[in-house]
Design a protein around this ligand. Structure first.
Ligand SMILES: [Zn+2]
Ligand SMILES: [Zn+2]
Ligand SMILES: [Zn+2]
Ligand SMILES: [Zn+2]
Ligand SMILES: [Zn+2]
Ligand SMILES: [Zn+2]
Length: 940
């Protein structure tokens, strides 16, 4: 069973039984057991170490020693306080443990973590921020000052620890590089609330003081790191199972697209303090780091570089050693600073500048190596050193199969000066049981597992491997510990990238879009096909059969404007809908990050982490269309819209446009109301506005909600004349259609909300995309409205073709839902023999009048209701002069002419929050892997 070989812990490979890899052993099968990196051993067993070696079996490659505690300290294993003055500390990664806990430590040291990553997946770091009560995954210290976090997993790191974080992010899609395999828990350490309970032993496993305990990034199961090894490794996605888009069902091939591009996360160019040094490849300078400061007396601080790359960029780490330190001690400290677990015997420190650099061979270039004879004590040493690996005539290298092989994580082989990529493949195939297939079908792939990007390089058959290893070490020793070699099938992976391009003029034919793009960005005809055209939305999806062309188009499109409008480009994943489980009804999440202050942005981040980031869409980044396109073949899905009424209307309108192209034509829509208003959210019980409820509970409520039908209305706006006058083009404008789900107001209520500037600042996205896109705003300025009162004289109303006499009013409002203007009941609850009791799904609208601002205020405060005028399903309003109109809270000035309101199209399926007892906050109980869905609440 895979469990034995891949305990699943954090997605690491291998077991934990330490093995002192024998340098003489011939090819060794690394099945399940993790040898320390080849011959020799790590710093833990180096020739001499300061401090006593702790008792008990060696923990996973930590360099433990006994230390005297000078302040209150907690154990990273059991999270309990360490009583007494003695603790056990890892010199490399700062893991702190009770002496009694030591023998149970399974958390690997940072120095070996890269070798244990199961499937290398790069992280996706957002801007620096203050993350309290979080711990750095590299050095295990708290993030007191600015830190970085991954946007899609719970990894937190110090800025200068980033280069040492390994690429162990969640695998959210298939990328064509490794066959699909069982979905396992993805453990992440130290992000648990302090009350968290262990899934196995039911005792507290979280702590706010130290990074103790692990949590699965997918299902939320929490456990002690020790206990997690005893849990079944397969992850069932827990309580959110039916909402999550499983990674095995998403495919995205990308080469140089960053994680940000793949998850459509806009890179926010916020100038960060002290960030000027960031290099082009996105790496963060490794030092001088947080340890800078005047060294204690008797000590000196040295700059250490790990290779030519670091020297070129002037990225160094610092170590502080006693002035009297022996060369061996300095070398070990330097290796620790770079988290290099190998034997110091293989390394040396060269003083900088090197004599060669000075062009002077007699300069005092010194060498600190582990040689026994040297004695540096007492002398003033140069301040900067470069850490170099000594040349090796052979070494043991782990080769990983790029396919799932149960029980085998890697095989170890000996690399000699004669070894080439081809000879290595030849040697490992029999060990992996694939010799029968012939060496031609395989290749050796070098994979650099950087925390920000995983880079794959296919090695040429004749490439001498030992030279390649030397080259990498020369460039960067850190990079060497993050490099892994895979033997992979060499069948060429046909590149295929789906590129969404939005912001094009609407209403063109496929050929016209094609030539427009040829003109704007010179698409290469042989490589690019237009696979989908959304002409009403002015968007197309391109199918690009070449990575370089896809990357070029992506960058160029985002820099291009067509007819004065900037284009949008998004890389879209493909949902493998055939693979979806029959009971899976994934949630398509739309978030308007501009709604409700900063809450939208926080929710985006939370939902990306709780679900698959591929199912979460930011509305200001291309609108709702990309999300519906990605989900178009999903047989059953649900939608969650996070935003105000305008945002909900925007998504519903896009859904209406897309409906006929969806395999699930009637997805039910839930609302997480942000901002103010939220009338639809209120009547569907989602509340008046989001106030910080746990996003996990929000998702549970969505899963348990009941589907209800709500009528949808269309309003045809047919202006008789161009109200703007000066713009003659407007006269020729055809009638416009807008959709409405809540209400439509004519007159005073629209006028009051008619403050374009304020509204645009609050939600610019909806203005540019929902109505404005369609040219709905008729070109009339506010100053054109005549302020003579008496709306009933300025318009005529027909209900079902019958003229209706209007009382003296200033506002006429058509209502579909029993909530208007932030929760007011405009119709009122009195029964009335003339009308049916209003319902959201009866195919009828209620028409109400208000006499002015005072009356509106009375309705708002519940003292009065509106004047009931009519109920019906087909209305014609004739505006005799330019009049303010609002639909679902979005106002504009409508030119004289007709407004025809009718129920066209199917009713929309909305999710109404089930009535239930208040849920106990927090996931500990709910996150249980197999909680069955709660019984549906509302009997009605
Ligand atoms: Zn302990
Ligand atoms: Zn350690
Ligand atoms: Zn750190
Ligand atoms: Zn991550
Ligand atoms: Zn899990
Ligand atoms: Zn436990």
């Amino acid at each position: 069973m895979a469990a034995a070989a891949e305990p699943g812990a954090r997605g690491w490979l291998g077991g934990v039984s330490p093995r002192s890899g024998s340098p003489t052993s011939s090819p060794e099968l690394g099945a399940g057991s993790r040898s320390r990196s080849g011959p020799g051993s790590g710093p833990g067993s180096g020739p001499e170490r300061s401090g006593a070696r702790p008792p008990g079996p060696a923990a996973p490659s930590h360099s433990f020693r006994k230390v005297t505690l000078t302040k209150p300290t907690f154990c990273h294993l059991c999270s309990d306080f360490i009583w007494g003055l003695a603790g056990i500390l890892c010199d490399v990664c700062n893991f702190m443990s009770h002496e009694k806990c030591l023998k149970h430590v399974k958390t690997p040291c940072t120095s070996v973590a890269p070798s244990l990553v199961r499937v290398p997946v790069a992280h996706c770091f957002g801007p620096r921020g203050l993350y309290k009560r979080r711990f750095c995954s590299v050095c295990r210290k708290g993030l007191e000052a600015l830190g970085l976090r991954c946007e899609v997993c719970e990894l937190h790191v110090h800025p200068d620890c980033v280069p040492f974080a390994c690429s162990d992010c969640r695998q959210c899609h298939q990328d064509g590089h490794r066959e699909h395999d069982a979905h396992l828990h993805h453990w992440r350490e130290g992000t648990l609330p302090s009350g968290a309970r262990c899934e196995l032993c039911r005792k507290t496993c979280g702590s706010s003081d130290v990074p103790a305990g692990v949590r699965c990034e997918w299902c939320g199961v929490q456990a002690h790191s020790v206990c997690s090894a005893a849990l079944a490794p397969e992850c069932t996605f827990g309580r959110l199972r039916t909402l999550v888009l499983p990674p095995a069902c998403v495919r995205l091939l990308s080469r140089n697209f960053s994680k940000m591009h793949c998850f459509r996360i806009p890179e926010i160019a916020v100038p960060e303090p002290g960030d000027g040094e960031d290099s082009a490849d996105g790496s963060v300078p490794a030092g001088p780091g947080r340890e800078v400061g005047a060294p204690e007396s008797g000590k000196q601080t040295l700059k250490i570089f790990d290779g030519s790359d670091a020297m070129q960029r002037n990225h160094f780490r610092t170590v502080t050693v006693p002035h009297l330190a022996r060369s061996q001690e300095v070398l070990e400290a330097a290796l620790r600073a770079y988290y290099i677990p190998e034997d110091p015997q293989g390394f040396q420190l060269q003083a900088l500048p090197t004599p060669a650099q000075l062009g002077d061979t007699v300069a005092a270039g010194k060498v600190w190596s582990s040689g026994p004879a040297e004695e540096e004590g007492g002398r003033v040493a140069p301040q900067a050193w470069v850490l170099r690996a000594l040349p090796r005539t052979q070494e043991i290298l782990k080769i990983y199969p790029a396919w799932l092989k149960v029980g085998v994580a890697y095989v170890s082989i000996r690399v000699t000066p004669q070894s080439t990529a081809r000879s290595v493949v030849l040697e490992v195939l029999p060990l992996l049981g694939r010799q029968a297939e012939g060496v031609e079908g395989f290749q050796l792939v070098e994979v650099l597992m950087d925390s920000r990007q995983v880079q794959r390089t296919v090695l040429a058959d004749e490439e001498p491997l030992l030279d390649r290893l030397r080259e990498i070490r020369q460039m960067s020793l850190r990079q060497m510990s993050q490099t892994r070699f895979y033997v992979a099938e060499s069948r060429a992976l046909a590149p295929r990238v789906s590129l969404f391009v939005g912001g094009l003029p609407p209403g063109l034919s496929p050929q016209e879009y094609r030539s427009l793009l040829d003109e704007a960005v010179a698409t290469k005809a042989a490589l690019v096909t237009v696979s989908h055209v959304y002409s009403t939305q002015g968007a197309v999806v391109l199918d690009v059969a070449c990575f370089a062309e896809a990357e070029r188009l992506y960058m160029l499109v985002r820099d291009t404007a067509v007819r004065g409008r900037p284009l949008t480009a998004l890389v879209l994943p493909e949902v493998l809908h055939m693979k979806l489980a029959p009971d899976c009804c994934p949630l398509l999440v739309f978030v308007n990050p501009r709604s409700g202050g900063l809450k939208g942005r926080d929710l985006l981040c939370s939902f990306r982490k709780l679900l698959n980031p591929h199912q979460v869409f930011e509305l200001t980044n291309g609108g709702p269309l990309p999300g519906f396109h990605v989900f178009s073949q999903v047989p059953c899905f649900r939608v969650l819209v996070c935003g105000g009424d305008g945002t909900v209307g925007w998504v519903l309108a896009a859904l209406e446009d897309m409906r006929h192209r969806l395999a699930c034509p009637e997805p039910a829509v839930a609302i997480l109301p942000l901002g103010t208003g939220n009338d639809l959210g209120r009547v569907l019980r989602w509340g008046a506005g989001y106030s910080g409820e746990d996003p996990f509970s929000v998702l549970l409520s969505v899963d348990e909600a009941d589907a209800v039908l709500v009528d949808r209305w269309t309003i045809l706006l047919d202006a008789h004349e161009a109200a703007g006058g000066e713009d003659s083009e407007a006269e020729a404008e055809p009638p416009k259609i807008v959709q409405m789900s809540n209400y439509c107001g004519i007159g005073i209520d629209a006028e009051l909300s008619l403050d374009f500037h304020q509204a645009r600042e609050e939600e610019p996205g909806k203005f540019t995309s929902r109505f404005h896109n369609k040219g709905v705003y008729v070109r009339v300025g506010l100053q054109k409205i005549s302020h003579s009162r008496g709306l009933h004289r300025a318009l005529r109303l027909q209900v079902e073709q019958q003229e209706v006499e209007l009382p003296s009013i200033e506002g006429l409002i058509f209502i579909n839902i029993p909530s208007w203007g932030s929760g007011a009941d405009l119709w009122g609850s009195d029964s009335d023999s003339r009308f049916e009791k209003p319902r959201m799904d009866d195919g009828l609208l209620e028409v109400v009048g208000v006499t002015g601002v005072v009356h509106m205020g009375q309705v708002q405060s519940g003292l009065r209701s509106g004047i009931r005028i009519a109920q019906g399903s087909y209305f014609r309003v004739t505006l005799l002069k330019a009049t303010p109109v609002q639909v679902d809270g979005e106002p504009w000035v409508q030119a004289p002419g007709h407004l025809i309101i009718s129920a066209v199209g199917p009713k929309v399926h909305m999710l109404r929050k089930a009535k239930q007892k208040p849920r106990k906050a927090g996931p500990p109980k709910d996150a249980r892997a197999d909680g069955a869905p709660a019984p549906k609440g509302d009997p009605k």
